[in-house]
Design a protein around this ligand. Structure first.
Ligand code: ZN
Length: 140
């Protein structure tokens, strides 16, 4: 797609998108391009250098950029965890130990642990894995 700044015989200026330079010429010669203001069909390019839209879509831009694949993957992982495992928050270390010792029902859990606490769990042979994100803390 190519955007041209156009003007009519009355010097009204407006922007319009065309498939290609050839398409623009064809439409102009057939007098199929008309002024957005007065409807005159004697329209020509106001500026010779066209702006090219590399994405090939219209000039409209989404208000928020789509999320990157990495962000999307994290979001999916988080949703999966929230659905399939218990969030135990600050009780993570105690709970992980209880599950390991058979004092709590075996189930997937996730929560928060300090680095040294997490290290201790691993040293004790308790299987834990760091998550690539932090749970949203409730603020009081
Ligand atoms: Zn006009």
């Amino acid at each position: 797609m190519i955007q041209y700044s156009l003007k009519c015989a009355e010097d009204h200026r407006f922007d319009s998108w065309f498939q290609s330079a050839e398409a623009f010429e064809k439409l102009r010669k057939s007098r199929l391009i008309s002024c957005a203001v007065c409807g005159s069909d004697s329209v020509e390019k106001a500026i010779m250098a066209p702006r090219v839209n590399p994405s090939g879509t219209t000039a409209e831009r989404p208000l928020s950029k789509p999320r990157s694949p990495a962000e999307q993957a994290l979001s999916n992982l988080r949703k999966h965890l929230e659905k399939n495992s218990d969030y135990v928050g600050q009780d993570f270390v105690r709970e992980a130990r209880a599950i390991h010792d058979g004092d709590a029902p075996e189930r997937p859990i996730w929560g928060e642990a300090r680095r040294d606490e997490a290290k201790k769990l691993i040293q004790d042979g308790i299987k834990i894995a760091p998550l690539p994100f932090f749970p949203v803390r409730k603020t009081n």
